[in-house]
Design a binder for this molecule. Structure first.
Ligand SMILES: NC(=O)c1ccc[n+]([C@@H]2O[C@H](COP(=O)([O-])OP(=O)(O)OC[C@H]3O[C@@H](n4cnc5c(N)ncnc54)[C@H](O)[C@@H]3O)[C@@H](O)[C@H]2O)c1
Ligand SMILES: N[C@@H](CCC=O)C(=O)O
Length: 545
């Protein structure tokens, strides 16, 4: 125990590197990409610090060249999940009682390793090759957001630990202790952001919890390196156990264990809701009520007023809809555009999209890479074909696709006459934007339509120069987005600046990387200490005189 109260200064965001031609970071990243492309890695489970190979394996392909295999990973069966729970619970005994600053130092060190060492390139290259992300998109996700989560989580833990009851009258001392949850946390990550493999188990772990990380099957490579980074930073064995495999099989063991204490999930709404139902059905089995934190799908909008800056709007639509092939939960996928500016906007969009280069991540001039896998490719294509066949829609840009070498889909813009068209309502999770053109004099009416059209409420933008138009949109769309942007694209939230998360069907809105999220991973204990105990059970009002 330390005889001091340590201060933790407010962190700053990890600087984004540019990887411009001739820069040392570009050379280092290119070298790492080449090295990784030429190797074939055999990824084990990591349970209690030990590597375990089950022999039940799956190969890892590059989405932009799917015949190219980067390696294989071993999948956890029921036995291994139970082993992971047991080793987590063993690690809990020490980890949950360790001084917070010792836990914090491990995660701060991991962030620094991303900043100062070659770990940055390992994490970036594995993300680029395994998830088909270009250098800039990998940089803001795998390097910067990860370092930011690690540093800001520590700071938020420090803020929480300072929260104490405001008053202790003479004679007593009131205190609050922030215990770890009694049990283990199940961290389940999506494919699209490497950083979630760090934050989903990492945020609970900073607060003294132990976790099981189940990465998505299509991002095991980068997830593995995140866990290896934690290990290299000094994370004790068993605190975070790495168990790739079938979600359902793993869930079967986890959700039936009495020590299951929390779910930290990011992924689709459908999977989250199915997990919530299972947890609800099993509620009497658990020692404590599990914390359920889930950030899920979106149908994110850009809403333009006739006073919008058209060039700015076009840029926001292109970056917001098509960066990382539209596979961001925050990606713009429906737009509401007034008739008066549509011809000008349409011309810019169509021309700019012709100039977006598509291809593999190793060619740094490509803006668009491949979508994650065959299943995603088929789903996205089915939406494009649905629009192609409909009388209510026409494709004004893109619409082409090809999966011979990689899962490539051209950035596609659909124009619809039906504001409730299927592609205006459902999450597609691909490079498809649907535009509904409205009469300028139906601004408020169309804002209401935007609010009511989808069950999600994750991100959204309003574009207007007229302040009154912004005020009106802000009011009508108050509950339509957990991250609301004014004159900006709806993607690219930065930890510590725009805490991220949505409501309605988009999640529990606990804002990843913020104080609100950290609070979910503790079980507070109030302590009242009385210095001199009372000696008489009677109260003064009982006196007869
Ligand atoms: N709101 C956010 O912050 C946010 C961020 C990123 C992604 N997302 C959402 O994630 C989705 C895309 O990611 P995805 O395709 O990986 O999502 P997904 O829901 O298919 O998978 C997420 C994770 O859940 C696992 N899983 C699937 N079925 C399971 C089951 N029955 N039991 C246990 N685990 C199971 C998967 O293997 C994966 O690890 C989109 O809907 C996107 O909007 C949301
Ligand atoms: N936080 C990211 C989205 C993460 C989800 O996929 C953004 O704001 O674009």
């Amino acid at each position: 125990m330390s005889n001091a109260i340590f201060h933790h200064p407010m962190p700053t965001n990890e600087p984004i590197r540019t990887y411009e031609p001739g820069s040392p970071e570009r050379a280092a990243l290119k070298a790492k990409l080449q090295e990784m492309e030429n190797e074939y890695i055999d990824i084990p489970l990591i349970i209690g610090g030990k590597e375990i190979r089950t022999g039940d394996t799956e190969e890892i392909s590059m989405p932009h060249d799917h015949k190219h295999k980067l390696g294989k990973y071993h999948k956890a069966g029921k036995k291994e999940v139970q082993m992971a729970i047991d080793s987590a619970l063993e690690a809990w005994k020490t980890w949950s009682n360790m001084d917070w600053q010792d836990r914090a130092a491990i995660f701060m060190r991991a962030a620094e390793m991303i900043y100062q060492t070659d770990w940055r390139y390992t994490i970036l290259a594995s993300t680029m090759l395994g998830q088909s992300k270009n250098a800039y998109q990998a940089e803001i996700d795998a390097a910067c957001e990860t370092a930011d989560f690690l540093r800001f989580n520590v700071h938020n833990a420090y803020k929480l630990y300072q929260e104490q009851p405001p008053h202790s009258p003479n004679g007593m001392w009131n205190r609050m202790e922030y215990r770890a949850l009694e049990g283990f946390v199940f961290a389940v990550a999506p494919f699209n952001f490497t950083t979630f493999n760090a934050n989903l188990p990492g945020a609970p772990a900073i607060m003294g919890n132990v976790a099981l990380l189940k990465p998505a099957g299509t991002s095991v490579l980068s997830a593995y390196y995140i866990i290896k980074l934690f290990e290299a930073a000094g994370l004790p064995a068993g605190v975070i156990n790495f168990i790739p495999g079938s979600g359902q099989k793993i869930g079967d063991v986890v959700f039936n264990d009495p020590n299951f204490a929390g779910l930290h999930f990011t992924g689709s709404t459908q999977v989250f809701q199915s997990m919530w139902k299972i947890i609800g059905n099993n509620i009497t089995k658990y020692k404590s009520y599990p914390r359920i934190v889930g950030e899920t799908g979106g149908k994110d909008f850009v809403f333009a007023h006739s006073s919008a800056n058209v060039r700015g709007l076009a840029t926001a639509l292109i970056q917001g809809s098509f960066e990382y092939q539209g596979q961001k939960c925050s990606a713009a996928s429906r737009a509401y555009i007034p008739k008066s500016i549509w011809p000008e906007l349409k011309e810019i969009l169509v021309n700019d999209l012709k100039n977006l280069k598509t291809g593999p991540v190793t060619d740094f001039t490509n803006f668009v890479n491949a979508v994650i896998d065959k299943a995603a490719f088929d789903t996205i294509v089915s939406y494009i074909e649905f629009a192609n066949k409909s009388d209510e829609a026409k494709i004004i840009a893109g619409g082409k696709y090809n999966d011979k070498v990689g899962y490539y889909i051209n950035p596609t813009v659909i124009e619809t006459t039906n504001p409730k068209f299927k592609t205006m309502q459902e999450e597609i999770f691909g490079p498809v934007l649907t535009v509904y053109v409205y009469d300028d004099n139906k601004y408020e009416e169309t804002l209401k339509l935007c609010d009511e059209t989808s069950p999600y409420a994750l991100t959204g933008s309003i574009f207007a120069e007229d302040r009154l138009a912004i005020v009106t949109a802000d009011k009508i769309l108050k509950h339509s987005a957990g991250n609301f942007y004014i004159n900006d694209k709806p993607t690219g939230a930065v930890v510590g600046q725009q805490p991220f998360g949505g409501a309605r069907a988009s999640g529990t809105n606990d804002k990843a990387g913020s104080f609100l999220n950290i609070v979910r991973w503790v079980s507070p204990r109030t302590i009242k200490e009385t210095f001199i105990p009372r000696k008489d059970f009677r109260y003064p009002f009982m006196s007869e005189k």
